[in-house]
Design a protein around this ligand. Structure first.
Ligand code: HEC
Ligand code: HEC
Length: 362
């Protein structure tokens, strides 16, 4: 290289350096200039208040400890009313404990998730990371008083729940110092897919849903079916599930909704029935107008069941008009204190179709 060439090369480098530092500055100040006068940076105290998660690598976990015995006492006073004394209750939510074995603790895969011998998936069957259990309880439980537990109480409760699954012994004291060891015994620790961006801290979540953008329905099928002959094999499912929340058991003493006259095999979006809803007919209208959020074929949801309404107004003169007005204006008191909100969005024609269908199945 000649002397002049060298000089030019140096100048070019210098220019590049100046240019790129300006670029960095422009990028860092872009947020402020682009949205001038809108918002402000969060203060450190605000960030701390939001940053409460406990990661699977235990970053964010407060120090502390608690024994199974202490946990049992807190459980009985603050948790058992909803989850059962042994975390077995299915009334308010699916059971917390049950369905895991000593073998699962060895393999890190819960066998009953695959062999489906367990009627309900319990928390201990599903949760792969003990940090999640800790984090969830600390943030969200007890349901009626979230964020009221101290870290020590939370350690004690997690220890107690783990002892219910025989993951730790009855005299165990769980602490931030030994929780990583406990993680190695979580029954479903190897049961979770980690092959996605959410798992890795540096990973990129699939925000575009590209892994499931086309024809997903062909291979992602969510639902369950109950063969007709097995429908009533375990008694009335509706009476065995919890009484509130969107998912309840179907009344299995009666035939499925799509076998009833009037629904013409179209199926109603009964919360627990999984028959695909079609786009035609009164049954589909009932679903599309969201009536099915509160009314099921033969189980009481927020509102009375269709079967009960039909039975109540059977052979009553003027029922069609009366109920059309009720659907339009809403109201309460006929079936209980819970009101039906007004449904003024419906055309008179649709209202007539829906009420006729509720009353006669036609
Ligand atoms: C008033 C009823 C109620 C009380 C009391 C209660 N829970 Fe819950 N719990 C719930 C409900 C409801 C859910 C499900 C919440 C949801 O999914 O949004 C739940 C969920 C949970 C879960 C997550 C289960 C899963 O698999 O997702 C855990 C763990 C749990 N509770 C632990 C506790 C502990 C520990 C206490 C006592 C400190 C407690 N709960 C007290 C009602 C209650
Ligand atoms: C948010 C819940 C909710 C939705 C949505 C809803 N209902 Fe209701 N419905 C109720 C409740 C609650 C009652 C009982 C009211 C009472 O006790 O008087 C009821 C009662 C009824 C009755 C019987 C009224 C009576 O006086 O006996 C009919 C018919 C009815 N609903 C039809 C419909 C139709 C059709 C739709 C959709 C357009 C619909 N409902 C949407 C909650 C709902």
């Amino acid at each position: 290289m000649s002397k002049l060439d060298k000089l030019f090369a140096r100048l070019a480098l210098l220019a590049l350096a100046v240019f790129s530092s300006q670029l960095a500055y422009a990028q860092s100040s872009q947020g402020a200039t682009q949205y001038l006068g809108i918002g402000r940076n969060a203060t450190p105290a605000e960030v701390i208040a939001w940053d409460i998660d406990v990661r699977p690598d235990f970053k964010g976990l407060p120090k502390g400890s608690g024994s199974v015995e202490q946990g049992q006492a807190i459980w009985e006073s603050k948790c058992a009313s909803c989850h059962g004394v042994f975390g077995e209750s299915n009334e308010i939510f699916t059971p917390i404990a049950g369905g895991t074995t000593v073998d699962d603790i060895k393999t890190g895969k819960v066998a009953s998730l695959a062999d489906r011998k367990q009627p309900q998936r319990t928390t201990l069957m599903k949760v792969p990371t003990v940090s999640t259990l800790w984090d969830y309880i600390y943030r969200a439980m007890p349901w009626n008083a979230p964020r009221s537990l101290t870290p020590d109480e939370t350690y004690a409760l997690v220890a107690f729940i783990l002892s219910l699954g025989e993951i730790v012994p009855d005299d165990f004291v769980l602490s931030n110092a030994n929780i990583a060891e406990v993680q190695k015994k979580m029954p479903n620790r190897n049961g979770m897919t980690r092959n996605h961006g959410f798992w890795s801290v540096n990973g990129k979540p699939d925000v575009n849903g590209s892994s499931c953008m086309s024809n997903c329905i062909k291979f992602v099928q969510i639902g369950s079916t109950l063969l007709d002959f097995a429908r009533n094999a375990h008694g009335n499912i509706a009476e065995q599930n919890r009484l509130y929340g969107p998912y309840r058991g179907a009344d299995t003493t009666k035939p499925p909704m799509d076998k009833l006259p009037g629904s013409a095999g179209e199926g109603l979006a009964h919360a627990a029935d999984t028959h695909a809803a079609s786009t035609k007919g009164p049954a589909a209208l009932f679903k599309n107008e969201n009536c099915s959020a509160c009314h099921a074929s033969n189980a009481k949801l927020v509102g009375p069941s269709i079967a009960d309404i039909a039975a109540k107004y059977k052979d009553q003169n003027g029922a069609q008009e009366k109920l059309m007005a009720k659907v339009k204006n809403g109201g309460s008191g006929v079936w209980g204190a819970i009101p039906m909100p007004p449904q003024p969005q419906l055309s008179n024609e649709d209202r007539a179709i829906l009420v006729r269908w509720v009353l006669t199945g036609q």
